[in-house]
Design a protein around this ligand. Sequence first.
Ligand code: NAP
Length: 236
Amino acid sequence: MYDYSCLKGKTAFITGATGAIGGEIAQSLSSAGVDLLINGTNLEKLQQIKDKLTTNVHILDGDISEQSEVERILDQSISLGKVDILVNCAGVFPQKPISELDTSEYQKLMNINLNAPYFLSVGFSKDMIKNGWGRIVNIGSASSYGGYKNTVAYCSSKHGLLGMSLAMHDELKEDGVRVYCISPSSTQGDMGLATKGQDYSTFLDPKEVAEYVLFAISQDGNAMSQEIFIKRMHLR
Ligand SMILES: NC(=O)c1ccc[n+]([C@@H]2O[C@H](COP(=O)([O-])OP(=O)(O)OC[C@H]3O[C@@H](n4cnc5c(N)ncnc54)[C@H](OP(=O)(O)O)[C@@H]3O)[C@@H](O)[C@H]2O)c1
């Protein structure tokens, strides 16, 4: 068991909290004594997650592919108090050749996977800077590093997320705000089940991904892992 004491009493905002990875991150943060604001579009699932957690949890449902919703969620969250930790975990993963992905699907994907993380980071980092302490975690992917057919838009968004994380860390580090891109390879859950052409039995357990996230953000010294690429031992 690692020492997560620097996280106790903090507040985290998590997108994608209804998903496989976001749900485990929510669980792990709550177990470490972190209060939560959780986002997703599925209110019923958000309520089920809230019921399982032991710290204070606010539900802020909303579709983050809409800029007006991102702004509403930000305003509502900030009115509830400071957010110390932002986890950008929501994501969509359409698998289609470029000739079949229409403009609105492309734009929606970019809004969810890249633009919302940017605007949420800008919004929440203001208080983090004021307080001299903050953590922003962007959930990347193996597609932050590689390029794969039929997922061109997804790979573009995840490469963008990695670049954004590195640049934002460089800009905010003097203010005590650390920005991470934590990139799992294929992981079990609904998105994992929809992944074509790979052996699901070799996929990461989302709990393992959550452990890496907690380990990374609980480091409060000079050492800092800006990017963590979580590969599978057995790739099939
Ligand atoms: N699973 C994998 O194999 C894998 C591998 C590498 C990286 N990742 C990345 O890890 C992250 C989480 O993946 P996962 O496996 O947990 O996926 P998941 O189980 O499919 O969950 C996706 C999450 O994104 C949320 N979401 C999707 N569209 C949204 C929208 N318009 N507005 C608000 N929330 C929205 C969903 O919320 P609702 O259902 O409530 O709308 C859900 O909570 C993603 O960024 C993904 O790209 C996944």
